[in-house]
Write a protein that binds this ligand. Structure first.
Ligand code: NAD
Ligand code: TDX
Length: 332
């Protein structure tokens, strides 16, 4: 049985990973999470007590990180400041957590000789034109656009340098946009679903032509477990499920499943520097490690996600008013 230290395990993707890994493996998991506005202990309920421990703390805390890393077999590093819009208004926490936090963790992993898996994003590659036949691959040059994506790019480069200079036993994955349960209502899909529940029209940035490559959080989790198990040290793997959709299509799908007219949305001020299109070529992960996504029907995935937000209002309601108030100030 492996011991995993999961940073950011009270966030959206981290909590989905914890549920997935405890269900599908016999590993035991310690979550290290600061419980920022994005962390929620309610996302970690109903887990087997003998295999799950929660520690509230900061990944920038040297002493705490050193102790927890020493006690584990594998570090799975999800913790981050993750929202582009927030990074445009207050970048500093992104530098602290994404850069210094990652540095603190890899120093501890190096000192104690531990396996490290770094979770990152396709946004480090910048964006593509709508009609570009190419998709991102592991050799696409880094070209991040936002304070968020530039700090994620910086954290990836630290991990790469620690592998080369110090022999850190690390792998990296860069995944496309995730959807599913436990996602904060600041993010696109949950924001629009909970808006419709509240009788507010969905808010589309600009014309809604921007394309994101959607993947269900469970497929991200299975990919990460595959890389931890079979990935080659020092290697980067792109994770994606061929789920390209523009934002307008996604809003229309949500409206359809929630019984609203297809045009019942508002267009609002666009995000500064808004990346046009992300698209992932995940051939390496599929051919070298044999991974396949299972949640390939986006229509059904969105229906299930809408049902989850309808059934779990107690989970998201406490964040909703404050989140919408922030957007309102920004004209979004
Ligand atoms: P999230 O914002 O929902 O969760 C982040 C978690 O990290 C929260 O629980 C928060 O409390 C915790 N955290 C923040 N700062 C911390 C600190 N200093 N110390 C300890 N814990 C801290 O984020 P998410 O969407 O679940 O993203 C998780 C990871 O996946 C991030 O590294 C992100 O870059 C990456 N990623 C996200 C997506 C996506 O679509 N959301 C896609 C690709 C990659
Ligand atoms: O109200 C909205 N209206 C809208 O049109 C919001 C919140 C977003 N958008 C657009 C912006 C993007 O084109 O929807 C798209 C998705 O937006 P976000 O959910 O903010 O995600 P994105 O900026 O694409 O980044 C996400 O995917 C990659 C995660 O937040 C990152 O953490 C991850 O790295």
């Amino acid at each position: 049985m492996q011991k995993l230290l999961v940073t950011g395990g009270a966030g959206f993707i981290g909590s989905n990973f914890v549920h997935y890994a405890l269900t599908n493996t016999d590993s035991s998991i310690t979550v290290l999470d600061k419980l920022t506005y994005a962390g929620n202990l309610a996302s970690l309920q109903g887990l087997p007590e003998d295999r799950f421990t929660f520690v509230q703390g900061d990944i920038c805390d040297n002493g705490l990180v050193d102790t927890l890393v020493q006690e584990t077999d594998v570090v799975v590093h999800y913790a981050a400041e993750s929202h582009n819009d927030n990074s445009l208004h207050d970048p500093r926490p992104f530098l602290d957590t994404n850069i210094i936090g990652t540095y603190t963790l890899i120093e501890a992993a190096r000192k104690h000789g531990k396996r490290f898996h770094h979770i990152s994003t396709d946004e480090v590659y910048g964006d593509l034109e709508l009609d570009d036949p190419e998709r991102f691959t592991e050799s696409t040059p880094y070209n991040p656009s936002s304070p968020y994506s530039s700090t994620k790019a910086g954290s990836d480069l630290l991990v790469r340098a620690w592998v080369r200079s110090f022999g850190l036993q690390a792998t990296i994955s860069n995944c496309s946009n995730n959807y599913g349960p436990y996602q904060h209502v600041e993010k696109f899909i949950p924001r629009q679903i909970t808006n419709v529940i509240d009788g507010i029209r969905p808010k589309l940035y600009g014309a809604g032509e921007n394309v994101r490559d959607w993947i269900h959080a469970n497929d991200h989790s299975s990919a990460v477990l595959t890389i931890i198990e079979k990935g080659e040290i020092g290697q980067t793997y792109l994770i994606g499920a061929d789920g390209e959709k523009n934002n307008k299509e996604v809003v229309e799908l949500i409206l359809k499943h929630m019984g609203q007219p297809a045009d019942a949305y508002d267009q609002v001020i666009d995000r500064p520097g808004h990346d046009l299109r992300y698209a992932i070529d995940s051939s390496r992960l599929r051919t070298e490690l044999g991974w396949e996504p299972k949640f390939s029907n986006f229509d059904q995935g969105i229906e299930a996600t809408i049902a989850w937000y309808r059934e779990n209002e107690a989970w998201w309601r406490p964040q909703k008013a404050e989140t919408e108030a922030k957007y309102k100030v920004q004209g979004q």
